[in-house]
Design a binder for this molecule. Structure first.
Ligand code: HXC
Length: 260
């Protein structure tokens, strides 16, 4: 399939990791409607593709994404935003059942930072910069910058970032838990794919349950979350893959998962 704003490729030794590259270099990957539509389409397709175990989302060395497309949103009016449900179709990323790894080099600003936060794991190149600069435009984040960021880095840091618009660098992002690893820029994609491949050695079925269980921690109380986790844990014992995983351990051999 040929795309205008993204590039897609399937990689890894077992060809089970999809890489989606945001590809609008002249606008620093500003997230225009056309780009977000293509991203949703690609994510839906990989979500259904049984050969794909994990998805890596990346940008260029200069920018993961410099935000929503400011020029495109300039004519927005309140009534159009409400009636057109502005930004609603961005959430496909967060709805994807398969693990998504954001590999962030350069700027992840505004909607770009929010897009990275909709992914499950963020790896950053050591020159990456994260920020929510919407306040300087006279608007505020609209896809999680006040919500996901606050849950991840805590109130003080999130408040500072959202109210000042100041960026934090990769090292600080790692320190506050926004990013799980900082990597030299030229190694970033390789490491992100390796991470996808490692996840892909496990049962896709169980990985999906595990992702859902971790995400539940952000949705509910500890008591409810623990109940949810326990029931998912119980459910895994009804799967062929769990029987196989346990048997393989006892027989000291690698497990052969069939995602059933
Ligand atoms: C549209 C953008 C853009 C954006 C950059 N460009 N960011 N176009 N939307 N978000 C375009 C520039 O207009 C310019 O095009 C080209 O990309 C290169 O950008 P420069 O500014 O010349 O590059 P540089 O000087 O290196 O500065 C990089 C930068 C800066 C610091 C990242 O571009 C910047 O501050 N961008 C805006 C960041 C931002 O405010 N993001 C939040 C957006 S709002 P031309 O054609 O002039 O060469 C958002 C909210 C979403 O995301 C939800 C709530 C509404």
């Amino acid at each position: 399939k040929s795309w205008e704003f993204i590039k897609t490729e399937v990689t890894g030794e077992k060809k089970n990791v999809a890489v989606i590259t945001l590809n609008r270099p002249k606008a620093l990957n500003a997230l225009c409607n056309g780009l977000m539509k293509e991203l949703s389409t690609a994510l839906k397709a990989y979500g259904k593709d049984a050969n794909i175990s994990a998805i890596v989302l990346t940008g260029s060395e200069k920018a993961f994404a410099a935000g929503a497309d400011i020029k495109e949103m300039a004519p927005n009016t309140y009534s159009q935003c409400i009636q057109g449900n502005f930004l609603n179709d961005w959430t496909e990323v967060a709805r994807t059942q398969k693990p998504i790894i954001a590999a962030v080099n350069g700027y992840a600003l505004g909607g770009g930072c929010e897009l990275a936060m909709m992914c499950d794991i963020i790896y950053a190149g050591d020159k990456a910069k994260f920020g929510q600069p919407e306040i300087a435009l006279g608007t505020i984040p609209g896809v999680g910058g006040t919500q996901r960021l606050t849950r991840v880095v805590g109130r003080s840091k999130a408040m500072e970032m959202c109210l000042t618009g100041n960026m934090i660098n990769a090292q600080e992002a790692e320190k506050v838990g926004l990013v799980s690893k900082v990597i030299p820029p030229d190694q970033l994609l390789v490491e992100a794919v390796k991470l996808g491949e490692k996840i892909g050695t496990h049962s896709n079925l169980i990985v999906q349950l595990c992702k859902e269980a971790v995400n539940t921690a952000f949705e509910t109380t500890l008591e409810e979350g623990l109940k949810y986790e326990r029931r998912f844990n119980h459910a895994t014992f009804s799967t062929i893959d769990c029987k196989e995983g346990v048997k393989a351990f006892i027989e000291k051999r690698p497990a052969k998962f069939i995602n059933e």
